[in-house]
Design a protein around this ligand. Structure first.
Ligand code: TEU
Ligand code: CA
Length: 556
């Protein structure tokens, strides 16, 4: 009887890639209007390529009134005028390919802008041919049809006075949900997807993809979902049928990477979306790690390192050789990595940012680096609600403070840690005004004053910078298949501050040792690694003996 060898995952480019997310509004402004644009991105492609990443994920670039900074699409086949023209997009794609990189774009198919032609027709009257493109309801006794609450505060229903019915919007009232139960709607979306794929893009990040099938009968959700209705919205009965149809009609005809935003989906459901035998998606982005400190809506809650380590073990255990994971600890919807999981005080900022880079790039799964992580950009000290721009925060303030019982100081204190705008302050290029993001007088959102010393010009010129640490780590990852295809074992899951795990592939084994605290930590190599040597770390000089504050080491 032959020993059944453990089935190995197939090797493919999106499993080996490092993804870099760009939020175009905040990346680089080329025409001094204070808003990032495509020409600005093109001017910084060498900076991105030099980092060694492989794929760029571009947050929505489509025509939009920007009620939710582009996540409210008005025309799927037009470039947002603030960002430039279709020629600019075609130029961006060409320049990305010329550098050997790939581009995935952010497709928002759960909803459109209320200014989309489809919605303007749909709301004309109840018998319009476009009526079924969205989700309308007469209401019950003159009230909203159910108890669903919007992610952006208030009910998910708005009464359209013109046609006399309510329409569904899980997000802003300016983001009406598309009716995926309607065949014509799905086919129209598939046509819009093909329009971009035929230009040669390399895939999609699929926004809110887990909520496109609405719970049957639009029933109320039970009290168990009060704190997190997302888990209810993500249980639509037709979800996997729609995604399998999308794959069959669109994805399967191209050599692309598809990554679904799996908001509201438990880790245990990962296989349902990414098992290659189900022909749905390649990857999903799970939020258990990045939202580990999130209470209800904007509130933060305490967490421990063992809690975070358990997420990564559960994530690893939730898949088999037919699946793949992602490692995403930051994005445009969450606070800055070093402020969120590290220590952004002057003493520990550099070391903890490098420790987090080590974590991001040695865990098992395709890593997603968010613009500015590589510089150690930090949260912004929002002094007042007037500093915020995000519809999610502004609506919550209006609901919970202006019309609610939350004291302003409490709201501002929690949002100083959880708000999405932390990730949306302008990318810091130089120590010039506004961090060199714009030559104009007023960026659309204030730049962080610490651009004086945290900026790309300083970082690229300093070989000891976080930027070059990322660059060396990405290169190391490429040279060590065990860091890509190796297994994952947490060697001390209960330790309060030590995060230590192994990555093994064939006869290669790598040990990652992270002191996730500012306190020194006695350390001895675990059994099986006592002959190993530290070959990479965030402290200069020799790396042996006890661990210093925020010390990261990679042993081989
Ligand atoms: O996010 C989905 C989503 O639900 C999160 O915005 C969540 O509400 C937030 O992180 C809670 O703090 C996607 C996009 O990433 C986000 O930018 C959009 O606002 C949203 O969908 C609607 O398109
Ligand atoms: Ca601009």
């Amino acid at each position: 009887m032959t020993l059944s060898t453990v089935e190995q995952p197939s090797k493919i480019w999106w499993k080996e890639a490092v993804v870099y997310q760009i939020y175009p509004r905040s990346f680089k402004d080329s025409n001094a209007d204070g808003i990032g644009d495509i020409a600005g991105i093109i001017s910084r492609l060498d900076y991105i390529a030099d980092l060694g990443v492989d794929v760029i994920w571009l947050s929505p670039h489509f025509d939009s009134p920007n009620a939710d900074n582009g996540y409210d699409i008005r025309d799927y086949r037009k470039v947002m005028s603030e960002f430039g023209t279709m020629a600019d997009f075609d130029n961006l794609l060409r320049e990305i390919k010329a550098r050997g990189l790939r581009l995935i774009i952010d497709f928002v198919g759960n909803h459109t802008s209320d200014e989309h032609d489809w919605f303007e027709q749909s709301r004309r009257d109840q018998n319009d041919p476009m009526r079924d493109r969205y989700i309308w309801h007469p209401g019950i006794d003159g009230k909203e049809p159910n108890n669903w609450t919007s992610f952006f505060s208030g009910p998910t229903w708005t009464k359209d006075t013109g046609s006399g019915e309510y329409y569904l919007h899980l997000f802003s009232h300016k983001q009406p949900d598309l009716n995926w139960a309607d065949d014509a709607t799905r086919n129209a979306i598939y046509d819009d997807m093909r329009f971009w794929l035929d230009k040669g893009i390399d895939g999609f990040r699929l926004d809110v993809i887990t909520m496109i099938s609405k719970p049957l009968g639009l029933e109320d959700f039970g009290p168990q979902y009060d704190a997190d209705p997302a888990q209810y919205y993500a249980k639509g009965p037709e979800l996997h049928r729609y995604i399998q149809e999308m794959n069959q009609q669109v994805f399967s005809r191209y050599d692309i990477m598809t990554v679904g935003e799996a908001f509201g989906v438990p880790l245990t459901d990962t296989k349902l979306f990414v098992d290659d035998r189900r022909a749905e998606l390649n990857l999903i982005l799970n939020f258990d790690a990045v939202r580990i400190d999130r209470g209800e809506t904007w509130r933060r809650k305490d967490w421990t390192l063992p809690d975070l380590k358990a997420v990564f073990t559960n994530m690893n255990d939730s898949i088999d050789a037919h699946c793949w994971n992602t490692v995403a600890l930051s994005n445009h919807d969450n606070p800055r990595l070093v402020s969120h999981f590290g220590d952004d005080s002057p003493k520990w900022h550099d070391l903890s940012a490098k420790l987090l880079a080590t974590l991001q790039l040695t865990l098992r799964g395709t890593p997603f680096v968010y613009q500015g992580d590589e510089l150690g950009m930090t949260n912004f000290l929002f002094a007042d609600i007037g500093d915020y721009r995000d519809v999610e925060t502004l609506n919550a303030w209006d609901q919970d403070v202006v019309h609610g019982a939350t004291p302003p100081a409490e709201f501002l204190d929690h949002n100083r840690h959880t708000a999405r705008d932390h990730a949306r302050t302008p990318m810091q290029w130089t120590d010039a005004p506004h961090g060199g993001f714009t030559d104009g007088p007023t960026p659309w959102i204030a730049a962080n004053s610490n651009a004086s010393h945290i900026n790309a010009a300083a970082a690229t010129a300093d070989d000891a910078s976080i930027y070059h640490f990322y660059r060396r780590l990405i290169a190391l990852r490429r040279q060590m298949p065990a860091l890509i295809y190796g297994d994952y074992t947490d060697l001390c899951p209960d330790h309060p501050t030590l995060f230590m795990y192994s990555r093994r592939l064939d006869d290669a084994s790598v040990l990652v040792v992270l002191n996730v605290s500012s306190d020194p930590l006695p350390f001895a190599l675990p059994r099986g690694f006592d002959q190993s040597v530290a070959t990479f770390g965030n402290y200069s000089g020799d790396q042996c003996g006890d661990l210093r504050g925020w010390e990261a080491r990679i042993y081989q």
